[in-house]
Design a protein around this ligand. Sequence first.
Ligand SMILES: C[C@](O)(C(=O)O)[C@H](CC(=O)O)C(=O)O
Ligand SMILES: [Mg+2]
Length: 301
Amino acid sequence: MLHTRTTPAERRRALRERLATGRLLLMPGALNPLSARLIQDTGFEAAYLSGAVLAADLGLPDIGLTTSTEIAARAQQTTRATDLPVLIDADTGFGEPMNAARTVQLMEDAGLAGLHLEDQVNPKRCGHLDGKTITPREEMVRRIRAAVDARRDPGFLLMARTDARAVEGLAAAIDRAKAYVDAGADAIFPEALADEAEFEVFRTAVPVPLLANMTEFGKSRLLDARTLDNLGYDIALYPVTLLRLAMGAVEDGLRTIAAEGTQESLLPRMQTRSRLYELLGYEDYSAFDSAVFDFTLPPGT
Ligand SMILES: C[C@](O)(C(=O)O)[C@H](CC(=O)O)C(=O)O
Ligand SMILES: [Mg+2]
């Protein structure tokens, strides 16, 4: 793919139209811009930028150390690498309601299709860890109202995430979700629900698009797409899956090279040069300079 072909407004419309179908949307989290293109090339219809992955990419824990401008820059690089609508994890909005307002505009300018804001206090932590503290409901309502007011493109999706299930219980999380919808949230991300029964209760109670976070090694049972679709969920999120897969393979690879003094045994597991070049659209650049891709690659390389 030489250039992206769609505008941010078109992507935002595509995301909303897709959510309006009522069919579950599978949303993998990209680990870098190229993997966002791979998500597209694999046939997914949307991608996600995880706060945990954005932090880990910088060697940081997911405790709110990244800045809004850092993640906006990474988001811009990502939206330049794919035509998919991309939803970003904007953590708590990076401070007070005024900061949430600025965050919305930064993420709109980065070409994203939407973001989610969570009701944790700063410093936040991964929603699947214990010891979370959530902000008073009215404070989160102010955060959402500020975000809605700052939005310039009404197509930009504002999703509110509540971490309340782990702190105040399921009923409180539902009450908060309803208040967030009343404040203008287009969709809700109920964090760290335990099992299918809780997902079902939440779905029945909250009448806007809902995201189910299928993150590994956390508090939620991993439900498959058929189950989530039957429950009536709108997005199935795989936020850190690609990073975990990649880092697992990288760790194995490093150990193999250290032990064997060669990567020969790893070759069958690698993405080939030709597949990488295909994903990067090398041939497209021949339109500018016929010499840029005038080589042939041996089969299987
Ligand atoms: C969705 C999430 O906010 C993220 O940053 O990707 C994390 C995912 C994870 O740490 O497994 C979360 O659920 O808090
Ligand atoms: Mg996060």
